[in-house]
Design a binder for this molecule. Structure first.
Ligand code: ADE
Length: 243
């Protein structure tokens, strides 16, 4: 897969490309990552990428020409173009999985007061990483690239994303490592038992418990298996006993 980020701050992505799992994914050719500085596509001698808004008002608006020329310089029929704005649809794990299937992802980062509205007609979709306003799209492009790259074949152990929070619509179960007792806080007995079926069921139950406590919205409209229903009933019973 190839990811191209159109930005006026390519240096923002330097440490991202040079660190840990992403660095290894690039070195092992699992992903090609590039930045395109759309300031290099301006036609005026001052290299302006923005201008004052028609109709008046505060701030500057990103102009069409440098962005569209930058886009055209890299776009092919295989490209999927995503614009990062707070007005886009919310980025969730399902969207990361969907984006990871494209051969070429183009992420377009804005700045200042926003994009000239006409730029929207050149993109495939608009994505927001949350209900807050950033100074630019770069942190959003970074978040999306990270979430997508880790899903690509061979980037992390296959099994580890099957257990991810959200991958099956539930939050991840609690994890522990040595020692079995830290300052009197003990690792649950079942995890030391070596009994795989019991461990699997304990993990499912704790995933359900955590999701119900922290993100009940994720359980709304979910179809539960018989086993999940049984475990939820046990959780409810345990909660009643606590009160
Ligand atoms: N640009 C500014 N704020 C943003 C957000 N929340 N998500 C994506 N792009 C943005």
């Amino acid at each position: 897969m190839k990811i191209s980020v159109i930005t006026i701050f390519p240096e923002f992505f330097d440490s991202f490309q040079m660190t840990s799992i992403i660095k290894r994914a690039i070195e092992n050719n699992r992903v090609e990552f590039e930045t395109i500085d759309f300031r290099n596509f301006t036609l005026d001698k001052h290299r302006h990428v923005d201008d004052t808004p028609y109709g008046g008002g505060q701030g500057m608006v990103l102009a069409c020409q440098p962005i569209i020329d930058a886009l055209r310089s890299i776009q092919t029929e295989k490209s999927h173009v995503v614009m990062l704005t707070p007005q886009g649809s919310s980025f969730v794990q399902k969207k990361a999985v969907e984006l990871s299937q494209y051969e070429h992802l183009i992420l377009l980062c804005g700045h200042y007061e926003g994009f000239d509205e006409r730029i929207r007609s050149y993109v495939d979709e608009e994505i927001s990483i949350g209900d807050y306003v950033l100074t630019g799209g770069e942190p959003a492009a970074l978040v999306i690239s990270d979430a997508v790259i880790r899903l690509l074949d061979g980037v992390i152990l296959e099994d580890s994303h099957e257990d991810d929070s959200f991958s099956d619509g539930l939050l991840e179960y609690p994890q522990y490592t040595k020692p079995a007792d830290f300052e009197g806080k003990k690792v649950p007995e079942v995890l030391l038992s070596g009994h795989h079926a019991n461990i699997r069921q304990w993990r499912l139950k704790e995933s359900l418990r955590k999701t119900q406590q922290r993100r009940p919205d994720l359980l709304k409209g979910r179809m539960f298996t018989k086993e999940e229903e049984k475990l939820l009933a046990e959780i409810a019973e345990e909660q009643q006993k606590e009160h």
